[in-house]
Design a protein. Structure first.
Length: 124
C-alpha cells in the first residue's frame, strides 16, 4: 500500500483515495497489454470485465487507444498525449516562475527612490 499523503486528506493514503473513488486508479501497462491480448484472442469485453473487475468502458477505452497507437484510428497517440501533459506541466511551471519574478520586480521597484540629482538610490 502506498503511504503518500494528500494534504487535504491528512492521514489518508493514496490507496484509500482510490478505493473511495476520489482518485483514479491507473492499471499497469502490462495488465492493459494482457487484457488487449485476451481481446485479440477472442474473449469478449463483458467476460473480461466480469472476470477481472475492470469496467467494460475502461476496456473499450484501452482498445480504442491501442488502435490509435497502431495507426488504425485517428487521434493522439499515447506518446503524443504524454508529450502534451509534459508541455502543460512545463507551461504551469514557467507561468509560476514569471509571476514570482514579476512580484519580486515590483517589490524591488518599491525599494528604489529617485534622488534630486536624477540618480536612483535605495531607501535607507
Amino acid at each position: 500500500m502506498d503511504t503518500q499523503v494528500v494534504p487535504q486528506f491528512s492521514g489518508v493514503g493514496i490507496f484509500e483515495l482510490v478505493v473511495w473513488g476520489l482518485m483514479p486508479y491507473r492499471y499497469p501497462p502490462e495488465f492493459r497489454r494482457k487484457v488487449l491480448d485476451l481481446l485479440a484472442a477472442g474473449r469478449s469485453v463483458a467476460s473480461l470485465s466480469a472476470d477481472l473487475g475492470v469496467s467494460d468502458q475502461t476496456i473499450y477505452n484501452w482498445r480504442r487507444q491501442d488502435a490509435i497507437d497502431r495507426g488504425t484510428e485517428p487521434g493522439l497517440t499515447s506518446s503524443e498525449k504524454e508529450e502534451l501533459r509534459a508541455a502543460r506541466r512545463r507551461i504551469v511551471e514557467l507561468e509560476t516562475e514569471l509571476a514570482v519574478t514579476k512580484r519580486a520586480n515590483e517589490l524591488l521597484k518599491a525599494q528604489v527612490v529617485t534622488a534630486g540629482d536624477g540618480t536612483k538610490r535605495s531607501k535607507p
